[in-house]
Design a protein around this ligand. Structure first.
Ligand code: SAM
Length: 306
């Protein structure tokens, strides 16, 4: 277990000292209750000893403190808002060199920079390799979905931080987005994001956080979702083909597949039969595995999706 961090000013005081008013355009809703951030890290059940934790949007750093106090030896935080630089630097010192903040946009940052930064951390230990990467964060809600979709593509291709042998994601989303990511077929929130996520990951909710826990208070509750790569991914095509196929299908979620395919090209209805998919189903009622099979067939046969 890592040593407790030395006594630091509270995050609430720090935001006051540095006069940090939350910026709505960066989806800044901060957690100020350490019980909640401790609970998120505890419920994530992460093996932190030989891992690199990558935190998205550490902001004033309360979740970061919990990660460090749970024993993480290497934590790299990527924060877009440079106003948090002094707080991130303070955490770097307080953590005994186990934390480093990078000011940058997580959508654009070069993962090689994150890995390089992580290799040089380690509480005074010589630079060492890590065997796993945990991506963690109270995500900026405005870019949470694009971030997740980007990471799923990188995971499917085992690129960037997702090239490590063991990877997990523990991410806070707006409640309704978390419901969508984790919905299995025939559950009402089922959508494109459910299929994309579940084609490569096991996705489940670990903790609901009420809107009242954030400062400023958002309009909706949040939920923490954990995503762990499937040992045997259902994906058998490129994720781009699944993404395209699900975009086409879920745009017409009220229609039966037979109708959607007929509008596209009646000859393609045979694809449903080949994948043993009942054409009277609606897109949200089809299991992920069957949609992955359908994407594979479409790709194999070189069929252009509309
Ligand atoms: N981790 C802190 C917490 O739990 O209180 C802050 C979470 S707040 C919901 C989201 C954070 O992500 C903010 O600090 C915001 O500045 C940062 N952010 C927004 N867009 C970002 C991006 N594209 N890349 C990295 N950080 C981003």
């Amino acid at each position: 277990m890592a040593p407790k961090l030395p006594k630091l000013p509270s995050v609430r005081d720090l935001t006051r000292i540095y006069n940090l008013r939350a910026k709505q355009q960066l989806s800044q809703n901060f957690l100020m209750d350490k019980n909640i951030t401790d609970k998120i890290v505890g419920l994530a059940g992460l093996e932190l000893d030989n891992a690199l934790c990558v935190e998205v949007g550490p902001g004033p750093g309360l979740l970061t403190r919990s990660i460090l106090e749970h024993g993480a030896q290497r934590v790299v935080g990527v924060e877009k808002d440079p106003r948090f630089r002094p707080m991130l630097d303070q955490l770097q010192v307080a953590s005994g060199g186990r934390f480093q903040g990078i000011v940058g946009d997580m959508l654009a940052v070069d993962h090689a920079q994150i890995i390089d930064c992580g290799r040089r951390l380690g509480g005074g230990e010589p630079a060492a390799a890590f065997d796993s990467v945990h991506l963690i964060g109270n995500l900026p809600f405005s870019v949470a979905t694009p971030l997740l979709v980007q990471w799923l593509h990188q995971l499917a291709a085992r690129r960037g931080i997702f090239a490590q042998p063991s990877v997990s994601m523990t991410l806070m989303f707006q409640r309704e987005v978390g419901d969508r990511i984790t919905a299995i077929h025939s559950e009402p929130p089922r959508g494109r994001l459910s299929v994309l996520a579940q084609s490569v990951c096991d996705a489940f909710k670990i903790y609901n956080v009420p809107a009242s826990a954030f400062v400023p208070r958002p309009k909706v509750d949040a939920t923490v979702v954990q995503l762990r790569p499937l040992d045997r991914p259902l994906l058998k095509s490129s994720l781009a083909t699944v993404e395209h196929l699900t975009r086409v299908l879920f745009m017409k979620r009220r229609k039966m597949l037979a109708r959607i395919f007929k509008d596209w090209d009646p000859a393609h209805i045979a694809l449903l039969e080949a994948c043993e998919i009942d054409p009277t189903l609606r897109p949200q009622d089809v299991p992920t595995e069957k949609l992955c099979n359908l994407a594979q067939l479409i790709e194999q046969r070189g069929i252009a999706l509309p």
